[in-house]
Design a protein. Structure first.
Lengths: 371, 369
């Protein structure tokens, strides 16, 4: 790519093009973030194809059914987006604290607490207009989930407890609280063999996005991801957070209030997962019971790491993982693969993407040679 | 058109396949056959709840003009709604069996309302007249089998201490614990049943701990009500005590420890349902049956079970089939001394009061909360 060095000025289209900086200098930085994960994804699909071929199935059939089940029909798209909806919100629960260098993996707990808080809010407002109930549910869910993750942040800030461990253990506490309340004080006496809270009422259910069978959680997820992106990359607060994430001592030296940053970011992270819990109640289940512990919080960790903790990248990655989940059923039914095969693919993608981290900055193609 | 055969060419067709794929009426792909969809909450080979249903699905595969599609480990969220729709839209399923309890409300009811021409059959739910007419629920009186297994357990114990590892103190589970204990007491009035609740349907570590702790307390016959009894059966055999099984026949896991067990008999019920469906009959909205209707069965007795015990158990089984025997016949007191079924009351299998059971009978050591 030395064409720009000493190229004579020619007033032709080609010449104009040649005088522009090389591709790498113009788009290298951004392209690297697209090409490398794409290569990692491609590599894991090839590996998975080999894995499936070892079981005597045709890899081409595999790719076809994956495409068919995830994106091949309008129904498949709706299936994919439905599965992606909670993942965007729970992934933010990991991605936001990651800006501060914290590894929070307790989104599942915030989701459950958010669901409980949202259900309680709805049950506390019988007869209120649906809009009031839904807004109250969203606020309660976000506060509940936010405080839950803030607890992990506070333990880290004031007691020096590792936030990864504490947020994970808080998941089990949240699950125990949920089971206790659902089987005890909050139980609907008519829910005999499936202990559940009373229903929030059909009128209070949030319907689907018009024209498609995907609930509003998907839209809220996208809004939350965009807001998070703006917060992290285009505000002073986000800059402070990234400085603290880069070097906590330097941040303290320049006078940043790191403790406050930790608590606020953790609250926002938990609020995102809490909103996911609220949506599961208000758009899907209609009440709280053990069904809510479906692992969305844990899948969100995978999404956040695959998206390299970038709030905007979380959106396509959630859709990708939603698609893999949606196609998993078709793989079981058409190819007779066990459910675990989808987990194998997810694991391969995860390892490939993490391993490909070492490639950033290594390829001269993406580099600005003139500098 | 056959979808499977031309799939490779389709890939090469690239984006053209998208428009083609969505425009084609996929449902007509299997017009001549009836496609039946089965959805399991756990793994199909769990030696338990899900395997029992998968055995029923396998029996359908032998029928002519019936195609079975299955999906395992589907959570009780909107994922199961999408799985049902995927089976309907992509496989052309017209009869669906979502088999886990939590699939019923709201998920299956929502799909039944959305696809009124298709049929949805749920295991364990309580269909009520306000639910869609194309939805149905079926279940079995497996406490009858548990009662017979309990009689064998009562005959086999030497320590007079029995153990029961249970998931949650909900009516279905309590009914099994009580029926099993009443059976054992009919054989040996001195026995007690120590019950341990693990808190959830699939908790292998807790199930193993509970089994070991029961053996340490002197229990010498054990059973369970969890989704996959494999852990309990194998641990019991390893510790050298007897076990009665649940859901399916687990004797292959522990041939020397497995006395008998309470099993589902879906491989009889499912072909019956599908035959009705294909011949145009309406399936029942609410269906329940026990040993007589062959919805449940009792595992063959192990070689170690003596003649007297077999005779006692077979005798009661025959009476249950003849409907001349009632398990929950007063007077029955709970384990706190309160009379729960008065002396002159007999609660037959169809009695709705039994569906609300919230007590443990006298002889059970444990608490419901």
């Amino acid at each position: 790519m030395k064409a720009d060095v000493g190229t004579p000025v020619v007033k032709s289209g080609v010449g104009e093009l040649l005088r522009l900086p090389p591709f790498g200098r113009r788009f290298g930085g951004a392209a690297e973030y697209v090409v490398i994960p794409a290569l990692a994804l491609f590599g894991s699909l090839v590996l998975f194809g080999i894995f499936v071929a070892l079981f005597g199935k045709n890899p081409l059939d595999l790719y076809f059914y994956m495409y068919q089940g995830a994106f091949g029909t309008w129904f498949s798209w709706q299936n994919t987006l439905t599965r992606a909806a909670p993942l965007i919100l729970t992934a933010l629960c990991t991605a936001l604290p990651a800006q501060l260098g914290m590894v929070i993996i307790g989104g599942e707990g915030a989701l459950l607490i958010g669901a409980l808080a949202a259900t309680s809010a709805a049950l506390a407002l019988p007869g209120a207009p649906p809009l009031v109930v839904d807004v109250a549910m969203a606020i309660a869910g976000m506060i509940g989930g936010g405080l839950w993750i803030m607890l992990a942040g506070a333990l880290r800030q004031y007691r020096g407890v590792n936030e990864t461990i504490s947020s994970l253990l808080l998941v089990y506490i949240a699950l125990a609280i949920l089971n206790y309340l659902v089987e005890g004080p909050m139980r609907d006496p008519t829910s005999l063999n499936k202990p559940s809270t009373p229903e929030i009422g059909a009128a209070n259910m949030i319907g689907s996005i018009p024209g498609m069978d995907v609930h509003w959680g998907f839209v809220f997820g996208i809004i939350a991801a965009i807001l998070s992106y703006i917060l992290i990359y285009h505000t002073v607060f986000g800059f402070a957070a990234r400085v603290a994430g880069g070097n906590i001592r330097a941040a303290k030296v320049v006078g940043l209030s790191v403790g406050k940053l930790i608590l606020i970011i953790c609250f926002l992270a938990g609020a995102a997962a809490g909103l996911a819990g609220m949506m599961e109640v208000a758009a899907v289940q209609g009440r709280t019971n053990a069904n809510l512990a479906a692992g969305y919080g844990f899948a969100g960790i995978l999404v956040a790491f695959l998206a390299r903790q970038n709030p905007l990248a979380i959106i396509p990655v959630s859709i990708l993982l939603g698609g893999i989940g949606a196609s998993g059923g078709l793989l079981q039914r058409r190819l007779g693969l066990p459910d675990a095969s989808v987990l194998v693919l997810q694991g391969m993608i995860f390892v490939m993407v993490l391993a490909s981290d070492t490639l950033y900055g290594r390829w001269s193609f993406f580099k600005d040679k003139a500098s | 058109m056959n979808f499977d055969r031309i799939s490779r060419r389709r890939i090469l067709q690239g984006t053209a396949a998208v428009t083609l794929g969505s425009a084609l009426p996929l449902r007509n792909a299997f017009a001549a056959t009836t496609t039946v969809g089965f959805i399991y909450v756990g793994s199909r080979d769990d030696y338990g709840y899900n395997q029992a249903h998968a055995a029923g699905a396998a029996a359908l595969k032998k029928m002519a003009d019936v195609k079975v599609v299955e999906e395992e480990k589907v959570p009780e969220t909107d994922a199961v709604e999408k799985t049902m729709e995927s089976m309907i839209n992509l496989d052309g399923a017209s009869l669906l069996f979502p088999t886990s309890f939590g699939y019923y409300n709201p998920h299956m009811l929502k799909m039944a309302a959305k696809y009124p021409k298709l049929r949805f059959e749920h295991c364990g739910g309580l269909w009520s007249p306000k639910d869609p007419k194309n939805a149905g629920s079926y279940f079995g009186y497996i406490d009858e089998s548990q009662h017979v297994a309990g009689i064998i357990a009562g005959h086999m114990t030497k320590s007079n201490k029995l153990g029961f590892v249970a998931a949650k103190p909900i009516p279905q589970v309590l009914r099994n614990i009580n029926a099993w204990t009443l059976g054992a007491r009919a054989a040996n009035p001195k026995i007690t049943t120590q019950v341990i609740f693990t808190g959830d349907w699939s908790m292998p570590v807790k199930e193993a701990e509970a089994t070991n702790s029961l053996v340490d307390q002197g229990v010498d016959v054990i059973t369970c009500h969890v989704d996959g009894p494999k852990t309990v059966v194998e641990n019991a055999a390893h510790r050298g005590i007897f076990v009665t099984g649940y859901h399916v026949n687990q004797s292959v896991l522990a041939p020397k420890a497995y006395l008998t067990g309470a099993e589902w008999n879906w491989e009889v019920l499912y072909p019956r349902f599908v035959k009705m469906f294909t011949s145009g009959e309406t399936l029942p909205n609410f269906y329940r049956g026990g040993l007589k209707a062959e919805v449940v069965k009792v595992s063959p007795y192990g070689d170690m079970v003596p003649e007297a015990a077999r005779k006692h158990a077979d005798d009661v089984k025959a009476k249950l089939i003849a409907e001349s025997y009632i398990i929950f016949k007063g007077p029955i007191a709970d384990n706190k001394g309160k009379v729960v079924i008065a002396a002159d009351v007999s609660r037959g299998q169809t009695d709705p009061e039994l569906e609300k059971m919230d007590y443990l009978v006298d002889g059970v050591i444990g608490a419901t909360s």
